[in-house]
Design a protein around this ligand. Structure first.
Ligand code: IPM
Ligand code: MN
Length: 366
């Protein structure tokens, strides 16, 4: 299979982790005889520095003409500490999502058994948790009208959803629920917000087309509590952009660490694959970032964009096996992890490559 992949490292640890994701994709191409062509492009703070634009036209054109995107992260402390700056790295990511029509963000919260001890939540609560989030990604307060009035002294952001935006992601979530436990939890704040009442109304309507899927609704505040009280009570979760952003960071603790969580953004055209962790400037350049979220994002790409199930499973199995052997990056290590098993970013990447090598013989050597 021939595919054009754009690597979009972005800022902070984005560079370090996407290198490892790419390494794994190259290895998979070698083992399974695919031709993956890689090109790089700029986004975020680094693009602002180089071209004054967090999503330069060159980048957008490249993205519109590829088969899949492996993205790292955007962000820089400079902007976080100065809210008056008008051009910001995150605008690049948001515009990319909008321009590419990436309205559905899939965030699987899968806990590897080996990492039961890595979370701050009790193992008996966590064991067996497996949740698939569908976070709407191109609507909501992220893209509603915003501004200042009253002499700059009042600011507003509009939470807004249209019927079709809810319908299309609801269909995706119901279809996924059918392939899993046939249970879907839709999360909103319909007791207060009009946009949530439309959300609930539309999800109920779409739900009638999937009578085999058990549909329940929860308010976001109570869902946030239940998520850590009883994570096993969730299977497929459907929610809006802002609630999904917040709840998936919370849910990352179910998987042990943010450093383990991959995501896929899909919609009209090309798919984008990215860790849910951000640019993490506090650890940038130290070589200690966990590359497994990027590597698992690459696995999602193989499965969802290319339909390469075996290849995707090979990557997941390699990660599982490395964890079984006790290898950890610092974020998922605990007091029982021997020092020599705590790996830096590239060594963890190499470890996954080695796992792939021992389990698969490249086609040209057969
Ligand atoms: C995410 C991030 C982004 C978001 C930021 C960087 C704009 O937190 O992908 O979850 O809020 O969507
Ligand atoms: Mn987020």
């Amino acid at each position: 299979m021939k595919k054009k992949i754009i690597i979009l490292p972005g800022d902070g640890i984005g560079q370090e982790v996407t290198s490892e994701g790419k390494k794994v994709l190259e290895k998979i191409a070698g083992i399974f005889d695919h031709q993956f062509e890689f090109n790089g492009a700029m986004i975020g703070h680094e693009a602002i520095v180089a071209m004054g634009n967090p999503l330069p036209d060159e980048t957008l054109n490249q993205l519109k003409n590829c088969d899949a995107i492996l993205f790292g992260a955007v962000g820089h402390p400079k902007y976080d500490n100065d809210p008056t700056l008008k051009v910001r790295p995150e605008q690049g990511l948001l515009r990319m999502r909008k321009e590419l029509g990436l309205y559905a963000n899939l965030r699987p919260i899968k806990l590897f058994d080996e990492l039961l001890g890595a979370s701050s939540i009790k193992p008996e609560i966590l064991k067996g948790s497996d949740i698939l989030f569908f976070r709407e990604l191109t609507g909501d307060v992220y893209f509603g009208e915003r501004g200042r009035k009253n002499n700059q002294n009042t600011a507003y952001d509009t939470m807004i959803y249209s019927r079709y935006e809810v319908e299309r992601i609801a269909h995706k979530a119901f279809v996924a629920a059918r392939t899993r436990k046939k249970k879907l939890t839709s999360i909103d704040k319909a007791n207060v917000l009009e946009s949530s009442r439309l959300w609930r109304e539309v999800v109920q309507e779409i739900g009638r087309q999937y009578p085999d899927v058990q549909l329940e609704h929860q308010f976001v505040d109570s869902a946030a509590m239940k998520l850590i009280q009883n994570p096993r009570s969730f299977d497929v979760v459907l929610t809006g952009n802002l609630f999904g952003d917040i709840l998936t960071d919370e849910a990352s603790q179910i998987a042990g660490s943010m450093g383990m969580l991959a995501s896929a953004s899909v919609g009209d055209t090309v798919g984008l694959y990215e860790p849910i962790h951000g640019s993490a400037h506090d650890i940038t350049g130290k070589g200690i970032a966990n590359p497994l979220a990027s590597i698992l994002s690459a696995a999602l790409m193989l499965d969802i964009s290319f339909g390469l199930k075996d290849e995707s499973n090979a990557v997941i199995k390699a990660v599982e096996s490395a964890l079984k052997k006790g290898y950890r990056t610092p974020d998922i290590a605990d007091s029982t992890t021997p020092k020599e098993k705590i790996l830096d970013t590239t060594t963890m990447g190499d470890c996954i490559i080695k796992e792939l090598s021992t389990r698969h013989t490249p086609v040209e050597q057969l």
